[in-house]
Design a protein around this ligand. Structure first.
Ligand SMILES: C[S@@+](CC[C@H](N)C(=O)[O-])C[C@H]1O[C@@H](n2cnc3c(N)ncnc32)[C@H](O)[C@@H]1O
Length: 271
């Protein structure tokens, strides 16, 4: 197992996300390529839970998912380690008149022992779990918080992103091309801050949950499509890339292909 993050590193990550919270609904946090992956998580959660479920969002960011699920009639406890992100989620829910169905809380994934509730599903979108210091603790806490048979739906930053390797290798930026190969927490820059990030293969990730959860499915997100930070490349050839996006939709869950991609989407069920 890798060394757990210390308090200073967790605070680095918190500061990094605090610093971008105000404009995180813009290109950095929510461009077309991100929105495309988001829809796959929405569809997966919709298929995994009955109407009117109680959902827990880990690393809710500005609350786009929480607001969507609240709009669909679910009740969401939306948590994040960045107080600025929590404030954005609260404001979004307030503006949309969804406060009765969204409870925004400043709770890190490493602080789930502070929650005492029963949920039908826990979801987490776009890599908050890549910043969690100890996935085995997260797995045990999720088991405690979920009803028997409850679901986990997580999108996680993967280890093998062919687009990233190819793009940066062609530019001669070999260190950047191979950043996801690192073992243990890696310092990733954002807005002149540091996000401490662990990268996972789906099977490495599932190993931490296997004692409490059965694996239902996993699939690649943005394997044929470029990763979201290459949105300008996508915009130059939108139609051609949309065809690649359809390949993601059709083939992203196939063996081998599902082990790659910018993110993977993994679904587990409480035993
Ligand atoms: C890439 S953003 C994704 C936000 C949101 N889920 C979305 O779909 O837009 C990652 C989020 O994870 C949060 N985060 C990072 N480390 C965390 C931790 N240890 N516990 C909870 N949230 C964390 C960040 O503050 C940030 O809001």
């Amino acid at each position: 197992m890798t060394m757990a993050l210390d308090e200073t590193q967790l605070l680095d990550t918190q500061r990094a996300f605090d610093s971008v919270a105000a404009d995180y609904d813009g290109p950095r946090g929510n461009n077309e390529l991100i929105q495309r992956m988001r829809l796959t998580l929405w569809d997966t959660v919709r298929d995994a839970v009955p109407p009117g479920s109680r959902l827990l969002d880990l690393g809710c960011g500005t609350g786009i998912d929480a607001a969507e699920f609240a709009r669909q009639g679910h009740h969401v406890v939306a948590t994040d380690w960045s107080p600025e992100m929590v404030a954005r989620t609260r404001a979004r829910a307030d503006e949309a008149g969804l406060m009765s169905r969204v409870q925004a809380m400043h709770v890190g994934i490493h602080q789930l022992d502070r929650l005492d509730d029963r949920f039908d599903a826990v979801y987490s979108n776009f890599g908050p779990l890549n910043c969690a210091p100890d996935l085995r603790v997260v797995a045990a806490e999720c088991e405690r918080l979920l009803r028997p048979g409850g679901m986990l739906v997580f999108s996680v930053i993967g280890r093998i992103c062919p687009w990233e390797v190819g793009y940066y290798a062609l530019k001669g930026r070999i260190k950047r091309a191979t950043v996801r190969a690192a073992r243990g927490a890696t310092a990733v820059g954002m807005n002149r801050h540091t996000i401490w990030t662990y990268y996972y293969l789906p099977r490495e990730f599932y190993r931490a949950f296997a004692d409490h959860f059965s694996l239902e499915s996993y699939r690649a997100l943005s394997l044929f499509m470029p990763p979201p930070y290459l949105v300008d490349v996508y915009r130059r050839h939108r139609e051609r890339f949309e065809r690649l996006g359809r390949l993601d939709d059709r083939y992203g869950a196939l063996p081998l292909l599902r082990d790659m991609g910018d993110h993977f989407l993994i679904v587990m069920r409480r035993r």
